[in-house]
Write a new protein. Structure first.
Lengths: 220, 231
């Protein structure tokens, strides 16, 4: 198939390929979910070949909740499923990891602050993964992000609230990230490029429309 | 890329003092003044950026969504240059969109209660948005824009017994989602504005397609005319 819906889920506590679980020490640093060296990784950076075109359609990361700070909640408690700190004294007003997810194309960060400085990306609170009744999205990635042929792309997670977790390795589900993208390959990648030149959004519907137009113009 | 989805999240969290640039590890909630509009960009509470948000001559911003904490009468206002976007019917100042109408995060509660040992600190109500920013808010080239958070009650328990827990400060937040049009797409956005067409990625694409079709038609007509003249 030449148009394929693809997903990638990262969990800080898995060890596939990387061999290492993420720990609270890595909080504050942007970690690649593909080759960051922590959590489940893949063998090489994500990149498109000369005959591929990638459209990133959704990104999401573990949400956080705003609560009350300093000694309000007993140690080891949770707020709507998110940890609030291993000890009472550690509660800071945030439940969960306070995580953000950024897209990077080659060396350029996609999300910027209004002062044109690259930021941490989309908050998990705005685009939560997993989604629940308690945590629903108020962000959708529109317009989509295009990764052109030959480009390298990355998704980077930054979390800040390490004191909500017991020092050491994170547990499964503590910090997760999700990416949904569509991979266009071969002739469909050429059509995707053509659509891009024409200023038409690249999505499966428009690729099909372009094919139909070509077929009709040939009188078939 | 010339059309980009962008987000900005503000929270009253700081690692030292009342504010900090960007974000830091294990920040904690700070007190926010009551009934005072705080710029989420440069208000000197929580995470800030280096300068006010403004568009250059080749940029066009469309603000598509905004949200605020619902807990303590939080609200968020958009200010373009010196003009507040949301006004009372008698054209007087108001706080803006209440967090209860556009809660951040979606699904959060409007109530915070609890004890020093309670594991749940709200009443379990999940608020959804009753407000959508339609039509969007346009920030034209060269304009300065701001998002201002305000709250009608204190987020410090010593001043607000309704918080239910002594000696605590409540974390509050605001969120904005906008699309930044840059370069040629900003020019097209201006053109759409002149035409009275809504500025969104679909319509920018539509305008580009129209231009291409016109150029193709003109090229075809010129070729046909040239062929006719040669006969």
């Amino acid at each position: 198939m030449s148009m394929r819906s693809q997903v990638y889920e990262w969990d800080a506590a898995r060890t596939n390929v990387s061999g290492t679980e993420m720990t609270t020490t890595q909080f504050g640093s942007a970690l690649s979910i593909f080759v960051g060296g922590f959590g489940n990784n893949i063998t090489k950076p994500a990149e498109t070949t000369a005959t591929q075109f990638c459209v990133i359609e959704d990104i999401a990361v573990t949400p956080s909740a705003f609560t009350m700070n300093a000694g309000d909640i007993a140690g080891g408690s949770s707020y709507r499923g998110l940890p609030t700190g291993p000890t009472t004294q550690d509660s800071t007003g945030i439940a969960g990891p306070r995580a953000y997810v950024q897209i990077r194309i080659n060396t350029t960060d996609y999300f910027l602050d209004p002062d044109n400085v690259g930021n941490d990306g989309v908050p998990g609170t705005a685009s939560p993964y997993p989604r629940s009744v308690n945590f629903q999205p108020c962000f959708n990635l529109y317009p989509d992000v295009y990764v052109l042929p030959g480009q390298t792309w990355d998704v980077r997670v930054t979390a800040y609230q390490s004191n909500n977790y017991t020092a050491g390795d994170l547990s499964a589900g503590d910090l997760q990230c999700f990416v949904k993208y569509t991979l266009y390959d071969g002739p469909d990648a050429l059509i995707a490029n053509k659509l891009l030149e024409m200023g038409i959004s690249v999505n499966p519907g428009n690729v099909d429309w372009y094919k139909r137009t070509l077929i009709q113009s040939q009188g078939m | 890329m010339s059309m980009r989805s962008q987000v900005y999240e503000w929270a009253n969290l700081s690692t030292s003092g009342n504010f900090m640039l960007r974000r830091g590890l294990n920040a904690t909630a700070v007190a926010v003044p009551v009934d005072r509009e705080i710029s989420v960009f440069t208000g000197q509470y929580g995470n800030n950026i280096t300068k006010p948000a403004e568009t250059t001559a080749t940029q066009f911003v469309v603000i598509e969504d905004l949200a605020a904490s619902a807990y303590v009468g939080g609200a968020v206002q958009v200010v373009i240059n010196t003009t507040s976007y949301f006004q009372n019917p008698d054209v007087t100042q108001q706080a803006g969109v209440p967090g209860t109408a556009s809660p951040y995060p979606r699904g959060s509660s409007d109530t915070v209660t609890g004890t020093a040992t309670a594991s749940n600190v709200d009443n379990g109500v999940q608020l959804l948005n009753a407000f959508e920013l339609t039509p969007d808010v346009y920030v034209l080239p060269g304009q300065v824009w701001d998002m201002r958070y305000s709250q009608s009650l204190s987020n410090v328990s010593a001043d607000n017994g309704a918080l239910g827990v002594t000696g605590s400060t409540l974390a509050v937040a605001a969120f904005v989602k906008y699309t930044l049009y840059d370069g040629p797409d900003a020019l097209i956005a201006n053109k759409l504005l002149e035409l009275g067409v809504t500025v969104n990625p679909n319509n920018v694409d539509w305008y580009k397609r129209t231009l291409i079709e016109q150029q193709s038609a003109a090229a075809s007509a010129a070729a046909a005319a040239a062929a006719g003249g040669a006969q």
